[in-house]
Write a protein of this length. Structure first.
Length: 243
């Protein structure tokens, strides 16, 4: 197990930094150029299960006032959004993690709490799967992804973008898991009660004791600990790997 953890750390660094520096030369970002796909590249792409780890469509729909799919047809090209079924199909997506809003802190005049915002996004994801059963099916395990992919459908999974959503309650975290959440970003933009953010003032030096309990509970449940957002820093990476 320790060798597996060490391998995960090494491969994460090995994949992240070459991509980062490849796109930057002496601090300048290289301009995008048209990419011509070869037949061999397309063959490899089609032979793999392409899993997109983060799609903000549910929250973007909520922001524009779409709380259901009654007046929003995902089968049509949606110019105001970055995703729709035609483009998911064209890209060969086999499994999609849909992001539920977990970065909102506090409450608004409407009275919605952090967990309330997240629950609305989760509900919208389930509605989408029910609305388009010929395209999507909810997935909760790796075996589900394989089974759904064999049926020619897109496996739909849920990720929570930010740890404010569970309001420091392991009970709420467990509830999100039962509703289908299979990863959670520990923080998004700001330091919270259990972990520091790389884009905010550090208060804890990584994970707090509560943060360690949260990571252990996620490990027990089988939720991925997402550190891919702006909380990507050495102290958090080391803290998240609890031996």
């Amino acid at each position: 197990m320790s060798n597996r953890r060490q391998f995960t750390r090494l491969i994460a660094a090995g994949l992240t930094f070459p991509v980062f520096y490849r796109n930057r030369v002496l601090g300048h970002i290289i301009k995008d150029q048209e990419i011509v796909l070869t037949e061999e590249a397309l063959r490899i792409h089609r032979s793999a299960i392409v899993i997109d780890g983060h799609n903000d469509l549910p929250n973007k729909m909520q922001r524009k006032g779409f709380l259901s799919f009654d007046n929003f047809d995902l089968m049509q090209n949606q110019q105001d959004f970055q995703s729709d079924i035609p483009r998911l199909r064209k890209g060969g997506i086999g499994a999609q993690f849909w992001a539920a809003n977990g970065w909102f802190s506090g409450s608004t005049n409407s009275g919605k709490s952090s967990s309330g915002f997240c629950l609305e996004d989760i509900e919208l994801i389930h509605k989408m799967s029910k609305k388009y059963p010929s395209v999507f099916e909810m997935a909760y395990t790796a075996d589900d992804i394989l089974r759904i992919h064999r049926k020619g459908l897109i496996a739909s999974l849920i990720g929570i973008e930010g740890g404010f959503a569970f309001e420091n309650s392991l009970t709420i975290l467990d509830s999100f898991y039962r509703l289908g959440a299979r990863y959670m970003t520990l923080t998004w933009g700001t330091t919270n009660d259990f972990v520091d953010s790389a884009t905010d003032k550090a208060r804890h030096g990584g994970l707090t004791e509560l943060g360690k309990k949260i990571v252990l509970e996620m490990n027990r449940l089988g939720m991925l600990v997402d550190i891919s957002h702006d909380d990507f820093q050495k102290c958090i990476i080391e803290s998240c790997i609890i031996k």
